[in-house]
Write a protein that binds this ligand. Structure first.
Ligand code: F6P
Length: 326
């Protein structure tokens, strides 16, 4: 009789800690007598049959590495029924009956559609994205590391901001979510954060300026979430130049350096717990859920719930930032 395998892939934007999750899934599976195959380049590699068996030594020495040893992709083909049919053929050919998908909302949306189409394949998701925008889990793999990178960068920017008495707009990632901006601002002691979740009609720049950023300080840092679409850091800097020309303003867009680097201890532990959680879920007969950690407990979140848009930001963080930046 042919043995069945668990397939594992990483998809969407890479996030630090994905390797720790690959290691945890592989080793936890093998520990429990199961066999694992790694699928390269996410759903693209699943369609193209880029698959290799993973043994314990294949995941040695990767817990500390950023990126993903399995590589990743944003697959357009997997969005089509034809692409997903090819992916299914690969799974049948490779004797893969359960699939662990590590990725963000786009990747788990793909998993949800695929799981609905193919009931003989069990899909388990792990939240892997720096954006922290998945429901049901307190944080996602890679978020803490990105946050630490932002803090490190802002600390450095502050040196020059202070020396020149400048106002800096620092743009951070997050796609449609402001977690990195809001929490990054609190952690870095920034004067303000401009995020999409702040739904008041007030002009966030005006509010900040009116609060009087120079009352007690000669320099300021405002973190702007990229999710403000056409209203990123450059937009606000241009407005200040026009509307408040007395301020010496500069922009810093942190970009992809937020995605790389060795994962923090927190992300390594999170990824290890979630990777093991994926195998425990399979052993318990769970299917089509994302594994999360909520209030320090493993949680199983149905895909449809996990990928809901607009995961709320704790509004007290907005108040705390305002309070502490006087
Ligand atoms: O989803 C992770 C993320 O880094 C977002 O914060 C960002 O908007 C996007 O990916 C960038 O994607 P890419 O690397 O494909 O340009």
């Amino acid at each position: 009789m042919t043995e069945n395998y668990i397939g594992i892939l990483t998809s969407g934007g890479d996030a630090s800690g994905m390797n720790a999750a690959i290691r945890a899934v592989t080793r936890s599976a093998i520990f429990n007598g199961l066999k694992v195959k790694g699928i390269y380049r996410g759903y693209e590699g699943l369609i193209a049959d880029e698959v290799k068996e993973l043994n314990t030594e294949d995941v040695s020495n990767i817990i500390q590495r950023g990126g993903t040893i399995l590589k990743t992709a944003r697959s357009k083909d997997f969005m089509t029924p034809q692409g997903r049919a090819k992916a299914y053929e690969t799974l049948r050919k490779e004797h893969i009956t359960a699939l662990v998908i590590i990725g963000g909302d786009g990747s788990l949306t793909g998993a949800r559609i695929f799981a609905d189409e193919h009931e003989d394949i069990v899909c388990i998701g792990l939240p892997g994205t720096i954006d922290n925008d998945l429901y049901g889990t307190d944080t996602t793999i890679g978020y803490d590391t990105a946050l630490n990178t932002i803090v490190e960068c802002v600390d450095k920017i502050r040196d020059t901001a202070t020396s020149h008495d400048r106002l800096f707009f620092v743009e951070v990632m997050g796609r449609d979510a402001g977690f990195l901006a809001q929490y990054g601002a609190v952690a870095a002691g920034a004067e303000a954060a401009i995020i999409p979740e702040d739904h008041t009609d007030a002009d966030q720049l005006e509010t900040f300026i009116n609060r009087g950023f120079r009352k007690t300080k000669n320099s300021s840092i405002v973190i702007v979430s990229e999710s403000n679409k056409d209203k990123g850091a450059l937009h606000y800097a241009k407005r200040v130049e026009k509307e408040y020309p007395q301020y010496d303003v500069r922009v810093s867009i942190l970009g992809h350096l937020q995605r790389g680097g060795s994962p923090s201890a927190y992300d390594r532990i999170l990824a290890s717990r979630l990777g093991d959680g994926a195998i425990q879920a399979l052993l318990e007969g769970q299917r089509n859920v994302m594994i999360g950690i909520h209030n320090d407990q493993i949680a199983y979140i149905p895909f449809a719930e996990a990928i809901k848009t607009d995961k709320p930001i704790d509004k007290s963080l907005i108040r705390i930032l305002n309070e502490l930046s006087i």
